[in-house]
Ligand binder design. Sequence first.
Ligand code: PLP
Length: 442
Amino acid sequence: DSQPSGPTSGTARSASLFERAQAVTPGGVNSPVRAFNAVGGTPRFIRSARGAWLTDVDGNEYVDLICSWGPMLLGHGHPEVQAAVAAAVARGTSYGTPTEPEVELAEEIVARTPVDRVRFVSSGTEATMSAIRLARGFTGRDVVLKFAGCYHGHVDSLLASAGSGLATFAVPGTPGVPESSTALTLVLPYNDRAAVEKAFAEHGERIACLITEAAPGNMGVVPPEPGFNAFLAETCARHGALFISDEVMTGFRAGRLGQWGLDGAREGWRPDLMTFGKVMGGGFPAAAFGGRADVMSRLAPEGPVYQAGTLSGNPIATTAGLTTLRLATDEVYAHIDAAGETIKAAAAAALSEAGVPHVVQSTGTMFSVFFTDPADGPVRDFADASRTDSIAFAAFFHAMLDRRVYLPPSAYEAWFLSSAHDDRAVQTVLDALPEAAEAAAR
Ligand code: PLP
């Protein structure tokens, strides 16, 4: 069962589908980054996927380094996940009543993370939106702190850019978000303790919560500096604000215990609330927020803070997530880590050889390659990430795609691997890197 090699065999069907899609869907896609706007060209329409490989509608095969933007930890079409999902579908797809898989998945998450209780929703956006509502309801305060470059989904109050000063309130990050929605949001530079201290000094009494990606992956991978998350947890506690750690991307992905396993579990602290998504849905729409029992008990119907969802805890999605998490053993993470180390080293070597400035950063098994100048130091925050040479990345991206490697079509993303990325898949990436690095150098 050899994989095809050599250049791809054309993109006529993807191009034709993209044209049809653009007529009926804005930009031809159902989530902007899929459209290739940052890199140019035609997105590939995928017909099927198996293990580490995607097959597009023209029959081209690619090593998948997107993994559905994180969820596919076990690769595509894992036989046990598929069997569990097929069995669940045969029993019916949605009842609008409580079900057993919800309880089992909640128990699995509670066992593997520092949260006492969870509530399921259908997307990471809903999870962060609901966690913020709960934090406001619990504290009776209104201000929310977030960091520039951290993405928490398309929640109005979080689609915000920093105001003119560090402790001034934010402005809308997109048309359609009214100023009133971001007027209670403060946006701070990541990894900047002084900015956090200043915000709490000026607004402490009003701050309901601070939300952060446990380790940012949405501006490329920017690890928290040692002790930064502990500092955030401690500062929030001192001021009576809740610390919300968004592990939608890192949860069950950066490691078996997520980013928290890399810092909180070792340092002995825990977030008040956490959000999860991606891997815990096993490729289906499922996400969750959870945390301290006394905070979670404020949620309806136990408490007064309203939150709900027609498809929340859907039996197919929770079955897929539960099966995925049960299969996500230490060996899975060790495998992904090893494959990642090999790819990181090869990417760095190829880019160095071609003379392309770059910085490789990781947290646990997650990593990304920044097309920034190492002379400027590591990427610590959004301002650093913004120095990325996106033209070099676009050339690199297309050269990789031509050599059958489907990277995230954006310079600000982690490269996602799975336990199905075997030697052959990794070798395909390694073989593509030198010429792609040359393309980026031009
Ligand atoms: N939070 C983080 C850290 C994310 O990476 C994402 C999505 O990429 C979200 C929240 C939003 O999740 P969703 O796209 O499921 O709404």
